[in-house]
Design a protein around this ligand. Structure first.
Ligand SMILES: [Cu+2]
Length: 122
């Protein structure tokens, strides 16, 4: 037979479980948010080309290039919107954080025909 006291205990237990569930949901939501602000904007350098050649990102996000060629490449902003990279060796990365909205054109100073654009949105 369930006493009144036991019923109370069960009620407390159930609300505790409900509360925990809510906390887990909140936590999951938070983790998802962290993921989206940490979104990886990757540009691969392969066969003497930037891929994708044009990438659209939001102001404040990071952009990372990775060199998948055996040749060294650089990333140089046409309008000096970010500081230029050193010569990237194979599998070496270069990361910038984009600022003001606009089109950031860039090229490789070793192979000036290699060009790309970062479109930065608000
Ligand atoms: Cu190059």
């Amino acid at each position: 037979m369930i006493t009144l006291n036991a019923k109370k205990k069960i009620a407390v237990l159930l609300s505790a479980i409900a509360f925990l569930n809510l906390s887990l949901f909140a936590l999951a939501g938070e983790m998802k948010n962290v993921d989206s602000t940490d979104k990886q904007n990757k540009i691969e350098i392969k066969d003497f080309a930037f891929n994708p050649q044009t990438i659209t990102v939001k102001s404040g996000e990071k952009v990372t290039w990775i060199n998948r060629d055996e040749e060294p490449h650089t990333i140089v902003s046409v309008g000096k919107q970010f500081k230029k990279s050193t010569a990237l060796d194979t599998d070496q990365e270069f990361t910038i954080t984009v600022g003001a909205p606009g089109a950031y054109d860039y090229f490789c100073s070793v192979h000036p025909k290699m060009t790309g654009t970062i479109v930065v949105e608000k």
